[in-house]
Design a protein. Structure first.
Length: 532
């Protein structure tokens, strides 16, 4: 019976890990999101002879400006970012991340946060576009004294609305050359004699979030639309819909990267989000109605973060962006484990050895529970002949069988759940460590030894998962066979199932599980000899 409960617990853990890896979020029904503007009921010809109380802007190209045949681009670049701006809607065509030196030296491509699947002509799908069919003209490019780089674009609509859009690359806090921050300032000026109304105006990031080629397969399933509201400290994960814009930041992320808006409070009314099978994800800051009086100008400033999702780095910024890092159900344990892992890395100089040392520390911490579990397992193993004898004798009387088995446990002072309960108590620790390693950007591009060049990627030769599966098979042999033939067959496939599941897991995660298995086998072997 103890064996049944024990393996049921292990199978439950397998199910949870399998769900975590293979689960695809349910596709949401596409939500019709209003366009940026609306048409008036008055034709253009009639409009010339009328003086309306206000003018609704249209998406017509401005007849006053000279529209270039080919779109123009501007590159803004520092040591961390390389951004390609497009004249169509003054949008972002590429947002390349220059990851740190360890990743670049390993031959990794620049990561483009603009989804690589977008058409080069699809300006309406480019992030941060404003009137995508409208050609903007760059009127100023400068390197400012603070170290920031600025690019200013202008366009004018037939209605008399002038739009000025400025991009600033760099952080205002003095670390411009080392920052993944940028800033966008959007100014609307009414040059006409009538009020102008922008209806259903929105500005945001669409097309999903890009990543490296090796992560494209899972990218759709792990991309999230989220916001960090104040004063709470829990991230809100959006599905398709409309939400109030009461937040500290809002954005889109995947496993290792984040793009976030950090607007001033009260500038826009709500957030529009959509994600489905045909839509990789989009998040907009929006307002239903924006009225600009004659001669008036309105300014909207947005601080932007587009870069890696490393917990330690984001926490140091003090903006709450670190809450985008998912540490799972036992997040407080995952944060603790990451802090210890970083400390061990400083000592060893290598995250691979740090993982091994941290796994050893965990096993040492949980050693009393492991001892109790194996001691109970050994006691139950001694009782197996008597249990089988009772099962044969009372196979037609289940009630009497349970009574006799309880008496046997009582006489032998054996708890049938003694080996199971310590394992259940260990699950939160192991799961937190599992989730932390699965989502830690800190492991990206970090080598261990020989063929393991990147602990965030799977073992290219599958050596670690195969050895891990062999270790599990050996551990199963040490545990001995179970009485139930069906259970025996299930247990026979357990190492195979785990090996197949871990083949494409990050090698840092497999290294942890392999180390844990080796230590467990050693402890189990010693306990088997001790309590034989």
């Amino acid at each position: 019976m103890e064996k049944n409960v024990l393996w049921a617990t292990i199978l439950s853990a397998v199910f949870l890990m399998g769900w975590y890896y293979f689960f695809m979020p349910a596709a949401q029904a596409p939500v019709s999101i209003p366009g940026t503007t609306s048409q008036t009921n008055v034709s253009q010809e009639d409009g010339k002879n009328l003086e309306p109380a206000f003018t609704k802007t249209t998406q017509l190209l401005d007849a006053k400006q000279s529209i270039p045949i080919q779109p123009t681009e501007r590159i803004l670049e520092n040591s961390k970012l390389k951004i390609a701006l497009d004249s169509r809607g003054a949008s972002v065509k590429h947002w390349w991340i220059k990851e740190d030196e360890r990743i670049t030296l390993n031959g990794k491509e620049l990561v483009d946060l603009v989804n690589s699947g977008l058409s080069s002509s699809g300006a309406d799908s480019f992030p941060l576009t404003t009137f995508p069919e409208l050609q903007f003209k760059e009127v100023r490019y400068a390197k400012l004294g603070s170290g920031q780089i600025s690019s200013v674009w202008k366009a004018e609509l037939d209605s008399g609305l002038e739009i000025e859009k400025s991009y600033f690359l760099g952080d205002e806090r003095g670390s411009e050359e080392e920052s993944y921050f940028s800033k966008m300032v959007l100014v609307f000026r009414n040059l006409s004699k009538n009020p102008i109304v922008l209806e259903n105006f929105k500005l945001g990031w669409q097309g999903g979030l890009g990543t490296t080629k090796s992560e494209l397969k899972e990218n759709q399933s792990v991309t999230r639309l989220l916001a960090y509201p104040s004063p709470t400290k829990e991230v809100i994960k959006f599905k398709s819909g409309k939400e109030n814009a009461d937040f500290t930041w809002a954005g889109i992320d995947n496993r290792y990267y984040l793009f976030a808006f950090l607007p001033k409070q009260g500038q826009l009314d709500h957030i529009l989000t959509e994600k489905s099978k045909t839509n990789s994800g989009e998040v907009f800051l929006a307002t239903d109605r924006l009225e600009i009086s004659s001669g008036e100008s309105k300014t909207y400033a947005f601080k932007l973060y587009g870069g890696p999702k490393g917990y330690t780095h984001l926490k140091e910024l003090g903006l709450g962006l670190e809450h985008a890092v998912d540490f799972g159900y036992f997040g407080f344990l995952g944060k603790w484990a990451l802090k210890v892992l970083n400390a061990l890395k400083k000592t060893t100089g290598n995250y691979g050895w740090a993982i091994i040392l941290l796994t050893c520390a965990l096993q040492l911490l949980l050693f009393p529970l492991s001892m109790k579990s194996y001691r109970s397992t050994a006691a139950m193993k001694k009782l197996q002949p008597k249990i089988q004898e009772l099962q044969k004798r009372y196979k037609e009387d289940a009630k009497r069988l349970n009574q006799e088995m309880l008496s046997l446990y009582k006489e032998s002072k054996t708890n049938p759940f003694g080996g199971c309960l310590p394992m259940i108590l260990q699950i939160p620790v192991f799961w937190a460590f599992f989730t932390m390693l699965r989502n830690s950007y800190e492991l990206r591009g970090t080598p261990w030894i020989f063929w393991i060049k990147d602990l965030s990627q799977h073992d290219p030769y599958y050596i670690l998962p195969v050895v891990m599966g062999g270790g599990m098979f050996l551990q199963q042999k040490l545990s001995g066979s179970v009485g139930d033939p069906t259970q025996a067959k299930v247990m026979m496939f357990m190492p195979i199932i785990f090996t197949a599941m871990f083949l494409n897991f990050p090698s840092g995660l497999v290294l942890y599980w392999l180390t844990n298995s080796i230590l467990s086998i050693s402890i189990q072997y010693w306990c088997t000899k001790k309590y034989a």
